[in-house]
Write a protein that binds this ligand. Structure first.
Ligand SMILES: [Zn+2]
Length: 419
């Protein structure tokens, strides 16, 4: 019998408080579709599904012919299953963590260091920065998905400095005027933005709490009087303030783009890019790391100095933050999201209802496949596996999987290393 190199996984669910609750969560829906023995607690948040070998959520192998219990154990016994490049270049470990996220309450505003800074921070503060790896991330919307991402064009920020005096007060006139009078050279604009942002993050707590309370009161009064709240981004401000009252992060919405993704649209968060997920369900893929520097909307520690020094202060419109996918010229069902990092790529496979048999092509990389919709019998010698919505398969490098499809089309996401 050939060795088993394609097998189903039972993946870890993380019940973080910010997750959507009960069957409102795509994570809960996927888990319950795939396993009828799972009982969903309608009171509990289902925030993340972890599809990978991370020590805090190593996936269980559902194939009793395999002696190892978890994916991490299997990989350490079968490093060739990672593929030649991953095995040799990326230290013999699965270099990515694949996830589904269901966001109900905003996650903290954050950025992740590049490799150089990560190594330095880890050496200095190992308890705060637990490893020396970078943590690029990509989010692909499953439902309409709202996030903060990157600094807004300067004209928009200057508009808020004019229309939202409370925002101006936490930055101070001096820094605000430097930005307003900046002659437009990109370097000068970045320096001025950095100055404004740093002033805000260092603003005395009493000042920003007072200003925030004044702003919330004004937005509520203006709303009651029928005034459009767009000038002060009032709707989002009130929502974030209700989730994180008195948090300096509420003012960050005047610096960062609000990006609204439609299903299938993605954002890529490279090193030093400020971001926060606000609402919705997404697929996420990231390099294996826990290094996060926070900027607000959080009760956790904020390392203001590191944060203000590291950020990418290049302004750009929200539309430029949407990461383009590429259609595979050889396969009309395949859409590739290839970020500029070696750690991971994500492939969307959209099989139309006219197709009854489909082969998931072999690649020289271990991969993890998630079924979002559809049903099929998956054949990968020597295994036959029934897959449905919520199924997760591990596919070792260079293995192919034949699908005999029993539904009107299928939607799959596959994480792997492409470069
Ligand atoms: Zn992040």
């Amino acid at each position: 019998m050939a060795a088993v190199k394609v097998f189903p996984l039972k993946c870890a669910v993380q019940h973080y408080a910010w997750g959507k609750v009960g069957l409102d969560s795509e994570v809960a829906r996927l888990v319950s579709c795939n396993d009828s023995s799972v009982v969903i607690d309608e009171e509990k948040p289902y925030a993340e599904l972890w599809m990978g070998a991370h020590p805090k959520g190593d996936a269980l192998i559902c194939d009793n012919r395999i002696s190892q219990k978890t994916l991490g154990e299997w990989i350490s016994k079968h490093p060739n299953g990672l593929g030649s490049k991953v095995k040799d270049i990326l230290q013999g470990k699965l270099p990515f963590l694949f996830k589904v996220l269901s966001v109900n309450i905003s996650l903290s505003i954050q950025a992740h260091p590049n490799k150089e800074l990560a190594a330095k921070l880890h050496a200095q503060f190992p308890d705060r920065y637990p490893d020396k790896n970078h943590k690029p991330e990509m989010a692909i919307a499953l439902t309409p998905f709202e996030a903060l991402c990157g600094f807004r064009p300067v004209e928009e920020i200057i508009g808020f400095l004019t229309n939202v005096p409370e925002f101006r007060a936490v930055i101070g006139n001096e820094a605000a005027e430097i930005l307003e009078n900046s002659p437009g050279h990109p370097r000068q604009i970045s320096d001025a933005l950095k100055k404004c942002f740093t002033r805000m993050m260092n603003c005395e707590k009493k000042t920003f709490v007072d200003q925030l309370n004044m702003l919330v009161k004004r937005v509520l009064q203006e709303g009651a009087a029928g005034k459009d709240a767009a000038e002060s981004n009032g709707e989002l401000l009130l929502r974030l303030h209700s989730q994180f009252p008195g948090d300096v992060g509420c003012f960050v919405i005047y610096f960062l783009n609000v990006v609204n993704l439609e299903p299938g649209e993605a954002i890529f968060l490279g090193a030093n890019e400020p971001h926060a997920y606000l609402y919705g369900d997404c697929i996420e893929c990231m390099a294996c790391s826990d290094n996060t520097v926070r900027a607000g909307l959080t009760p956790k520690f904020i390392d203001v100095h590191t944060l203000c020094e590291m950020l990418n202060y290049t302004p750009a419109p929200a539309s430029e933050k949407i990461f383009p996918f590429v259609r595979d010229p050889c396969d009309p069902c395949v859409f590739m999201y290839n970020p500029p990092v070696p750690d991971f790529s994500v492939i969307k496979i959209e099989i139309p209802s006219s197709v009854e048999e489909y082969t998931i092509s072999p690649i020289d990389s271990a991969s993890i496949l998630l079924v979002i919709s559809g049903e099929a019998l998956a054949t990968a010698d020597p295994s036959e596996i029934n897959v449905c919505r919520g199924s997760v398969l591990f596919i070792a490098a260079n293995e192919n999987v034949d699908l005999c499809i029993n539904s009107d089309g299928m939607l799959l996401f596959r994480a792997c290393c492409m470069q």
